[in-house]
Design a protein. Structure first.
Lengths: 104, 465
């Protein structure tokens, strides 16, 4: 059984990041787009933890950063969901294709 | 303790105003008019306080640092918020949620103050979010309008996405250098591929916030959808603060990577100026028009930033000071007209001079300044930016920038021509803006004329940088 090393973690986090970017760009449902952003933020968390554990074990900056990112992501999701609820009230839909008044 | 109070005075004052508004809100509440005058007076106090007790120093183990130049930048932003509270007074008085609006506005301002002062990537990220999330909530302030919620949705999603990119860059930078402190990063930079990748991610996130082409697509939609007070805040204050910290980051933190970012800046500046100008040519809505014009102006700011010396810092700070006055004057006139007659198209502005001479003159002055026509301050702002950029760049770069000024003349003067020379059967009726609005417009107009003529302002900024 092989111990997971830094490269494994970096590979997972890079994969998560790009899955998040892909989801953000292709999905048309606002909630799913928000979930894709959460994926991106979690890949960043994984990156910080991995670097902190394997490369800079003496410096705790990475760990603290992770805690703050979790808190800010919650705040951001709260505002985003409030906006989406309001959008649903006026458009009766949370599909981005239906919110198309502002163009060019 | 004393040091804490003097170094963080702007932040503490803004926090105090936010808490005061909170207590007013949960208490009995007072009339909109008196609340508005109270907030305006407090903002004025905040602006004046910025001129006293300016020292250099840092707090919280280098996480927060300040010097007279940074205090001056904060003062410029504080002045901008004060002017917005004057110019949009008529709209704000009618709002049902005035305390909330100012709480969000001032939270965003607090975030910008902390962002300019940040000495650490953690504080930088936190304050950037504090400066963005309240603005997205403000963009949705017209709760019943479809456009407002659509604009807010575009704003929060694109800003969340860009902060995700920023964070990924920060995490790679942390992995490659082992520190997140601005003071320690430069010694660790050796242009390894991982660091360059991290830098590109960071640069992209800044480009999103500054709406540099090709990351500008959210800008026009958000500007058009938001209430006009929020649009003014976004286009002037928000953009100015990000430009300040962008400059500091490039000059101080990423100085060892100078060759890399210089080339990126040149390419993006050319793209931003050209595309911003070309799209501004075909706009009909005044807010959308000002959005694309502000994208083009960011291109000129990038020309100044590319100079990488004290002259660049001076030119950018000076230009943003001028830009605040000229853009806010234009938005102020647009706010009066849109608030009282509900019209926002450039065609509706035809024949405005016949019915509203005062508004027409202020609008013309603002647009002349934005286009950079000599007696106004905008000309000197652009001149210093191009001179600063020219000290380093090749001549073709400056030529492209100068040609873009000519293109921009066309669309700014198109509005002036519509206002003064074209006939309209149904012009905007004679509007009566309130006293605060008139005062704000007069301050803006005076600023546009005087800042260009008083040379000691430029010298003062130069002595600080």
């Amino acid at each position: 059984m092989m111990e997971p090393g830094l490269y494994h973690l970096l590979f997972i986090s890079a994969a998560l990041f790009f899955i998040g970017v892909y989801g953000f760009l292709t999905r048309r449902n606002l909630i799913t787009m928000l979930m894709s952003i959460e994926l991106i933020l979690n890949s960043v968390n994984l990156n910080f933890i991995a670097f902190n554990k394997y490369l800079w074990p003496g410096k705790m900056d990475g760990l603290f950063f992770t805690l703050f990112i979790i808190a800010i992501a919650a705040a951001e999701a709260a505002v985003a969901i409030a906006i989406i609820i309001n959008l649903y009230r006026s458009h009766q839909s949370i599909d981005v294709e239906n919110a198309e008044e502002l163009k060019y | 303790m004393n040091e804490f109070l003097t170094l963080m005075k702007s932040e503490l004052l803004v926090t105090a105003i936010i808490f005061l508004l909170l207590f007013i809100k949960i208490g009995k509440g007072i009339k909109n008019e008196s609340l508005l005058s109270l907030v305006q007076a407090l903002l004025l106090v905040n602006f004046i306080a910025g001129f006293f007790l300016n020292t250099t120093g840092n707090l919280f183990g280098d996480m927060f640092y300040t010097n007279p130049l940074i205090v001056f930048q904060k003062n410029i932003l504080g002045l901008g918020v004060y002017l917005i509270s004057l110019l949009c007074a008529d709209w704000l008085k009618k709002s049902e949620h005035l305390p909330e609006f100012f709480m969000l506005l001032l939270s965003a301002l607090l975030g910008m103050f902390l962002m300019i002062s940040s000495g650490n990537l953690l504080i930088f990220y936190l304050s950037l979010e504090l400066a963005t999330i309240p603005v997205a909530a403000m963009a949705n302030f017209d709760l019943n309008k479809k456009r407002s919620s659509e604009g807010a949705m575009k704003m929060i999603l694109s800003s969340a996405f860009s902060s995700g990119i920023l964070l990924f860059g920060i995490s790679l930078l942390y992995g490659a250098s082992g520190t997140i402190s601005f003071a320690e990063i430069p010694a660790q930079l050796d242009n390894s591929p991982l660091q360059v990748l991290a830098f590109v991610f960071l640069f992209t996130a800044f480009a999103f916030k500054l709406s540099i082409v090709p990351f500008h697509l959210w800008t026009a939609d958000v500007y058009e959808g938001s209430p006009i007070a929020v649009t003014a805040f976004l286009s002037v204050i928000s953009k100015g603060s990000v430009a300040f910290i962008f400059m500091t980051t490039l000059y101080k933190v990423f100085q060892p990577m100078q060759e890399i970012w210089y080339n990126m800046l040149v390419m993006l500046a050319v793209a931003t100026m050209v595309i911003g100008n070309l799209f501004a040519l075909r706009q009909q809505n005044i807010k959308r028009f000002l959005a694309f014009s502000s994208i083009a102006q960011v291109g000129f700011i990038l020309v100044g930033i590319s100079s990488n010396d004290n002259m660049g810092i001076t030119a950018v700070v000076y230009f943003i000071l001028v830009y605040i006055f000229s853009n806010l004057a234009a938005f102020g006139v647009a706010a009066v007209i849109s608030d009282q007659s509900g019209r926002e198209n450039i065609d509706d502005y035809r024949g405005l001079y016949k019915t509203n001479p005062f508004l027409s003159w202020v609008l013309a002055l603002a647009l002349f300044s934005l286009a950079g026509i000599p007696p106004t301050a905008g000309f000197f702002g652009k001149l210093f930016l191009l001179t600063a950029g020219g000290s380093k760049a090749s001549y073709w770069f400056i030529t492209v920038a100068a040609l873009n000024m000519v293109i921009s003349l066309y669309y700014y003067l198109r509005v002036v021509r519509a206002v003064f020379m074209e006939k309209n059967e149904h012009p905007v009726e004679n509007l009566k803006p309130g006293l605060p609005v008139k005062l704000g417009l007069i301050i803006c107009a005076a600023g546009i004329v005087l800042i260009g003529l008083l040379s000691w302002i430029y010298d003062y900024i130069h002595s600080l940088s």
